[in-house]
Ligand binder design. Structure first.
Ligand SMILES: [Zn+2]
Length: 333
């Protein structure tokens, strides 16, 4: 029976069940948490941990079994905070490694230029860190990552992003864990990621292109899936400013399922139990994005998909079958 690592230890892929493929328990900037914890936690860490336990317990009661936490270096990740929650909930919390270089790479990584080993392999401290997180544990803990995150936003593949994507590809091929990405689909970032991954010999059926639900461009989405990759409509509830709303996202999925792409789509919200930027009166908050909660998919999106004519087995494919298939493609190559 294939297994993968979760926050509290290995789990069987048969037990993944209904899986949200891109979520966050906490997004709390670590330096702020040390410098001004009352701002970072909008109160106390202990209260936010109890709140997260309550929220994930409610989510499990709604039928969600697995929560893929896509927090990585640069995005405000603390393994002890996640473990404190994971130990108290009956939910598989699966963790990622990777880097979120929105503002560049941290100095100790940026100042070490990648090279090649004598045998021609990538020699990059960034890839070494990803591999360490997967094989030994993240940040000195025994908690192991089960997938790798890639990142490409509007400036597309700058030299820094190119380095990151090639490190992701290398660590993926060394360890065999899947890739799941952050993209700006409206800038075409997913196709750029696939180009770099293909150059690095990645089997694109082992790649999930994230945030793909943020575009209504069916041709772009089909071009990703026609190369074997999976798209994630993983921002349900984030209907911020001019971003597509639920009905538009649901119609895109229904169209693609009816065109035969139903086995290459996964779902999620990309929301958090608590994020340091989300507080009453904040720009992105419960007032501005009221549906951006982990219960939105089960309570509102699935009924909307059924209203579009999707059958239960088509919904199960996106929530259960495809996530399991992605995590079961294992082994280095
Ligand atoms: Zn995210």
């Amino acid at each position: 029976m294939p297994t993968i690592n979760a926050a509290t230890g290995p789990i069987q892929t048969a037990d993944l069940g209904r899986t949200l493929m891109h979520e966050h328990v906490f997004t709390v900037e670590t330096e702020m948490a040390e410098y001004a914890p009352e701002l970072a936690w909008n109160g106390t860490r202990e209260d936010r941990i109890l709140e997260a336990i309550r929220k994930l317990t409610d989510l499990k009661a709604l039928g969600i079994d697995t929560f893929v936490d896509m927090n990585v270096l640069g995005l405000g990740r603390s393994i002890p905070d996640i473990v404190a929650v994971a130990e108290k909930v009956d939910m598989n919390i699966v963790l990622a490694t990777g880097v979120y270089p929105q503002h560049g790479l941290p100095g100790p990584i940026a100042m070490r230029t990648p090279g090649k080993t004598p045998t021609g392999k990538l020699d990059d401290v960034l890839a070494d860190l990803f591999i360490r997180d997967i094989r030994d544990g993240i940040a000195g803990t025994s908690v192991k990552a089960a997938l790798i995150k890639g990142y490409t936003d509007k400036p597309l593949v700058t030299p820094v992003i190119d380095r990151c994507l090639r490190a992701v590809a290398f660590a993926h091929r060394e360890t065999g864990v899947p890739i799941n990405t952050h993209t700006d689909p409206n800038a075409g970032a997913g196709l750029e990621q696939l180009r770099v991954f293909a150059e690095e010999g990645v089997d694109l059926t082992r790649v999930v292109i994230g945030h793909s639900g943020d575009t209504l461009d069916l041709d772009y989405l089909r071009r990703i899936m026609d190369q074997g990759a999976t798209i994630a409509s993983d921002r349900f509830g984030l209907y911020f400013r001019d971003m597509p709303v639920m009905q538009q996202r649901v119609e895109v999925i229904a169209t693609l399922v009816n065109q035969g792409y139903g086995d290459r789509i996964v779902l999620g919200h990309d929301t958090h139990c608590y994020a340091d930027y989300d507080f009453p009166g904040g720009v992105i908050s419960r007032e501005t994005v009221p549906d951006w909660v982990h219960t939105h998919l089960v309570e509102q999106v699935l009924p909307a998909l059924r209203a579009q004519g999707l059958a239960e087995e088509q919904i199960d494919q996106m929530l259960i079958g495809t996530p399991r298939r992605i995590f079961e493609m294992q082994g280095s190559y």
